[in-house]
Design a protein around this ligand. Structure first.
Ligand SMILES: Nc1ncnc2c1ncn2[C@@H]1O[C@H](COP(=O)(O)OP(=O)(O)O)[C@@H](O)[C@H]1O
Ligand SMILES: [Mg+2]
Length: 319
């Protein structure tokens, strides 16, 4: 069963210097209990995509086209009130930098308790024991004391655990993680990833896990979607995409992690293109080692080949 289906989503930022087509016709779906990984260089539109699913895009950004079907409803059509009900309860999100999403002058336990207050009309004092249990679950030490700590009294890893506890509090069906470990030390990263896997099993939730760390994604995700300049270039089962990449960009990403230390971004020769004036034809053609005559003229469409989808002129549609 599909829990989420995104169809031809376009999300643009309307700036004075032009229109940034950050997400430009993206389609994919997430099955119940599945982890979908999304990878791609910085600026490829991953966060914009994640924020659009929860309708968190603010002006000058706007969802200009497409559908986001969640449990049969098109989220792009819901009112702000209806959306607020879904956020946190049915779909929750964990962001890269916990500091942006924690209120510095409010005790962390109370911030987590607010989730129950917002969705279940519960008084904060009556749910503190639930928060203590959640903190235990996400392995925050000394939870009875920690609920009264302010964010600055916690380490980065502990803050992210507190946000994860907030994200799982109401047992959502879908959890979106936007580079949840990128701001943390490598050892803490592993602990958090293991925690997320545990949470996923326990809740039987689906996850969208965004990361530039392809190796990490290859270990924990079922499907993998590679984005380049606002478009999906390859999308399929993680094993197949990782072991036998078809798109030259996917191939370059995978090759680059073999040579580069894990905590740095993989680098590929050349610059990511402008999303205001993207290259004609295939957006990757200026950097592509395999480009040929039509690549700078015609845009490739996403076709199915070898059990995955790929948008590259090297391949023709299967019969
Ligand atoms: N609030 C914003 N206003 C204008 N442009 C934005 C905004 N947020 C993101 N962008 C632009 O949208 C593109 C995609 O960004 P983003 O979704 O953050 O990519 P990623 O998460 O893959 O790094 C980039 O060109 C970025 O500069
Ligand atoms: Mg991002």
């Amino acid at each position: 069963m599909k829990i989420l289906e995104v169809r031809n989503l376009k999300v643009y930022y309307f700036l004075h210097r032009g229109i940034v087509k950050a997400v430009d016709g993206v389609s994919f779906s997430v099955e119940e209990g599945e982890i979908l990984g999304i990878a791609g260089e910085s600026g490829s539109g991953k966060s914009t995509l994640a924020h659009s699913i929860l309708r968190l895009i603010k002006p000058p950004g706007e969802i200009v086209e497409g559908e986001i079907i969640f449990q049969g409803k098109d989220l792009t059509k819901l009112s702000e009130d209806e959306m607020r009900e879904i956020r946190g309860r049915d779909i929750s999100m964990v962001f890269q930098d916990p500091n942006t999403y924690l209120n510095p002058i409010m005790k962390v336990g109370l911030q987590v308790a607010e989730v129950y207050e917002a969705h279940q009309n519960a008084k904060i004092e009556t749910v503190l024991d639930k928060v203590v249990n959640l903190f235990k679950k996400v392995k925050i030490t000394d939870p009875e004391k920690r609920i009264y700590s302010y964010p600055h009294e916690l380490s980065g890893g502990m803050k992210q655990r507190a946000l994860i506890s907030m994200a799982v509090a109401l047992k959502p069906k879908l959890i979106i993680l936007d580079e949840p470990t990128s701001a943390l030390d490598v050892t803490i990263q592993l602990e958090i990833v293991n925690l997320l896997k545990e949470m996923k099993e326990e809740l039987n939730a689906s996850m969208i896990f965004i990361s530039h760390d392809l190796e990490l994604l290859s270990e924990i995700t079922d499907k993998l979607m590679i984005m380049y300049a606002g478009k999906v270039v390859e999308y399929g089962s993680t094993k197949e995409v990782f072991n036998n990449p078809k798109h030259p960009y996917t191939e370059a990403l995978i090759n680059s992690i073999k040579y580069i230390r894990k905590d740095t971004l993989p680098t590929i020769e050349g610059e990511p293109p402008s999303l205001i004036n993207p290259p004609n034809g295939c957006r990757f053609h200026p950097r592509c080692p395999k480009k040929f005559d039509i690549c700078d003229k015609t845009e490739p469409s996403l076709i199915t080949i070898d059990g995955r989808k790929v948008s590259c002129h090297l391949y023709g549609e299967e019969e």
